[in-house]
Design a protein. Structure first.
Length: 227
């Protein structure tokens, strides 16, 4: 059950060093390092090519067709935060655009994920303000109905709590629980180091069939080569 009409001002964010340690890694690496968990549904896409960010979540619960709570949420932003907006029911209206992005940036916010619509894409791209949304839609919204800020939400099937770290790039969006950021950063580094070794071997001509020991299992599964 969602809590409506409340703004929680206190957010427990991970330590700055842990947040920085996670920043070099992309969504795919973080997702794998976290045991293949945390992904939002793939319909959440960047509104322009090259959009990407990593930051701590200030969550927003919206009512359909109403962006009032996004304005409320901007006040709660700290430098390095991202807005993560869910809706009480599916809605693809254009909740967010250039003017709100300007306000978010002025407070130190670094991006938005919204399970809803976004507009002013040309202007957002010119600003290089990264938005990941369910839809691009010019339809405007009203300011009439209370939702909440900094409550747990489910955004594109991913649970998000205030203070979680959200990583977004061309591969999608992944959510790292605030208490696991250091652990996931370490696991991501180990994974990247391991992949660099594999990359060198593949570039030298070694086959994945041999590097991953696939030949025996393929033979056992009945694979036949016919000349």
């Amino acid at each position: 059950m969602y809590e409506l009409g409340v703004v929680h001002r206190t957010v427990e964010r991970p330590g700055p060093a842990d947040i920085e340690a996670l920043k070099p890694f992309g969504v795919s690496t973080v997702h794998e390092a976290m045991g293949r968990t945390g992904l939002m549904r793939p319909y959440i896409r960047p509104v322009y090519p090259g959009a990407a960010f990593s930051g701590t979540a200030v969550t927003v619960l919206l009512q359909p067709g109403d962006n009032w709570m996004l304005h409320v949420a901007v006040e709660q932003l700290q430098p390095g935060d991202v807005l993560v907006a869910a809706c009480t029911t599916e809605c693809e209206d254009g909740f967010f655009g250039e003017l709100l992005a300007t306000s978010v940036r002025a407070r130190g916010g670094v991006g938005l994920v919204i399970d809803g619509g976004c507009r002013d894409v040309r202007e957002l791209r010119a600003m290089d303000f990264p938005v990941f949304s369910r839809a691009v839609n010019a339809k405007g919204t009203v300011k009439a109905t209370l939702g909440s800020v900094n409550v747990p939400v489910v955004c594109a099937n991913a649970p998000v709590h205030p203070g979680d770290v959200v990583v977004a790039d061309a591969d999608g969006v992944v959510v790292v629980p605030s208490g696991r950021v250091a652990e996931v950063a370490d696991a991501s580094r180990r994974r990247e180091d391991n992949e660099e070794g594999k990359r060198r071997r593949l570039a030298a001509g070694e086959l994945g069939l041999d590097m991953y020991g696939m030949r025996g299992p393929l033979e056992a599964a009945g694979l036949r080569y016919v000349d």
